[in-house]
Design a protein around this ligand. Structure first.
Ligand code: NAP
Length: 498
């Protein structure tokens, strides 16, 4: 921004995952040094630290799942494995000198806005007062446990995929897995190769598109590291393909949807020969309604002799195993819950209160909504990264975070220059924004008759219904009229930055 900077902000970032690291880097580049990063765990990485299940990988090509400013010619595979991605974030944090700056094992418990500042209390009982809070707590980090009677009574070992128990060896065991989402498909593909006896409990079939993985040879890695333009081209190519196929297919473009549907249906037809199994694996909703699964291994795994698909609904769980509604008990030694996450919990259970002591639960009592996914009226100078209606799906969440981070920095600059007394979207702007989102939802595939984690409690998709390009364009310049201009009484008058 061209204006002189009058104020110098202090910023607290909650979470040292992909977005928290990014935000810290960008803030420092903008000359903001008073940054506190609170991380509840012992190391950076967020979702990649938490998800260590067998087969964990990113189904977005690795060269796109990379910060734009820190390419990585060393990725081993087209679809990077979880531990390699975790290593990448740890390395970036180290290179940037962030590892020493992050306050590890310290969660934010209270976050209250009063007297024009955010007052924070951490799990170590430390108190902090800052101008801005950035919630970089991720979307999918609160495991959803299934509401199945008797779950607690199971006598064997049981865990959620995001809390994998590496102490239990599955070999020779009778293993059950509930769920067939993206996570389950990766787990099934991997553990079916061991000598366990695996029963897959499927409630709803999923569409799967096969994109083969590929290992990068040492020669290719060397070529990529010697020639950054080659690397940049690879990234642009992947971005182009994803935007014009998967992203467009779900937001109402007919041809991309026909193409992706054909790919998914052909994959099933070609790779599952047994008509009975194929029928069970055939979804009854349009391709893309649930998040599309990218896997070249899942169907092969489902046809292994040690894998059984169970589609009879689960009635309850007993000490011995899973009881289906036909009265059969599927006896198990291990029960794996691949049942997904609670995407609308965001920063909760943090005690978050905005202006006038309004809690986040009160603000979201009717609906979890934000202005441009990021700003919540009543919560000045608070930014929710990857909030509701971020264009998540089969695209790089890093690319999304980069756009949102740049936008947040523009907003902070408006505060620094004094153009905005606080950064607070108006209620009216939030409502207009959400009406605009709703107007686009009708043509998307998410509303065409399936249940998914994309949908909120009212059945509305919390997704971005337009193109990626439109989303980027709309974050280029903040619309000043959408923000509160009247300084609240409690905001300190402007003073020159030190
Ligand atoms: P998910 O897509 O929400 O899938 C949960 C699965 O559990 C579904 O099959 C669901 O069945 C089943 N389920 C839930 N409760 C159940 C119950 N009570 N009884 C029976 N079945 C039940 O969760 P996820 O697989 O963990 O994936 C979540 C998201 O994480 C993905 O969509 C993706 O965005 C992200 N992810 C990404 C990658 C990647 O490679 N980039 C990998 C893994 C995950 P229904 O379908 O019938 O509800």
């Amino acid at each position: 921004m061209a204006n002189a900077q009058i104020r110098s902000p202090s910023v607290a970032i909650i979470g040292a995952g992909m977005t928290g690291i990014l935000m810290a880097i960008r803030l420092r580049e903008a000359g903001i040094s008073d940054i506190t990063i609170l991380e509840k765990a012992e190391k950076v990485g967020g979702t990649w630290r938490e998800n260590t299940y067998p087969g964990v990988a990113c189904d977005v090509p690795a060269h796109m799942y990379t910060y734009s400013f820190r390419a990585n010619p060393q990725w081993s595979n087209r679809f990077a494995h979880g531990d390699e991605i975790q290593g990448y974030f740890e390395q970036v944090a180290r290179e940037q000198g962030l590892s020493e700056q992050i306050r590890f094992n310290e969660a934010l418990e209270q976050c209250h806005y009063r007297d024009g500042k955010w007052h924070l209390t951490t799990s170590k009982d430390a108190q902090l007062v800052v101008d801005f809070v950035v919630s970089a707590t991720g979307i999918l980090h609160h495991p959803a446990y299934p509401d199945i009677p008797g779950l607690e009574s199971f006598g064997g070992d049981s865990w959620h995929t995001a809390r994998w128990n590496h102490d239990v060896d599955l070999s020779g065991k009778r293993v059950g897995i509930i769920g067939t989402g993206s996570t389950a498909c990766q787990v099934i593909s991997e553990i079916s190769e061991t000598d366990c006896d695996l029963t897959v409990f499927q409630r709803t079939a999923q569409w799967v598109v096969s994109v083969p993985d590929k290992e990068y040879s040492e020669a290719e890695k060397t070529r990529l590291s010697r020639d950054p333009s080659r690397l940049a081209l690879l990234r642009r190519r992947y971005a182009f393909v994803l935007r014009n196929t998967f992203s467009k297919a779900v937001t109402g473009s007919k041809l991309p949807h026909l193409l992706v549907s054909w790919l998914a249906k052909r994959n099933l037809r070609k790779n599952v020969r047994d008509p009975e199994l194929r029928a069970k694996l055939t979804p009854d909703y349009p391709v893309g309604c649930k998040r599309l699964i990218i896997s070249s291994r899942f169907y092969e795994a489902m046809q292994r002799d040690n894998v059984h698909l169970e589609t009879t609904a689960i009635n309850n769980i007993s000490e011995q195993g899973v009881v289906t509604v036909d009265g059969i008990t599927h006896e198990l030694d291990v029960l794996i819950l691949a049942t997904g996450f609670k995407p609308f919990d965001f920063m909760r259970p943090m005690d978050l209160r905005g202006r006038d002591g309004v809690t986040i639960d009160e603000a979201w009592e009717k609906k979890v909504q934000a202005y441009r996914s990021i700003c919540i009226p009543g919560f000045p100078n608070f930014f929710l990264m990857l909030g509701p209606n971020s264009p998540i799906g089969n695209y790089s969440v890093i690319a999304m975070s980069e756009v949102q981070t740049d936008y947040v920095l523009k907003l902070i600059d408006l505060w620094r220059s004094g153009e905005l007394p606080t950064v607070e979207a108006t209620e009216d702007a939030k409502q207009r924004y959400n009406a605009y989102l709703k107007a686009g939802m009708g043509k998307t595939v998410w509303v065409r008759g399936c249940q998914s984690w994309y949908l909120d409690a009212d059945g509305d998709p919390a997704m971005w219904p337009y193109s990626w390009e439109q989303w980027v364009h709309e974050h280029e310049v903040p619309v000043l009229d959408d923000f509160v201009h009247q300084p609240p009484a409690e905001v300190e008058p402007l003073r020159p930055a030190a």
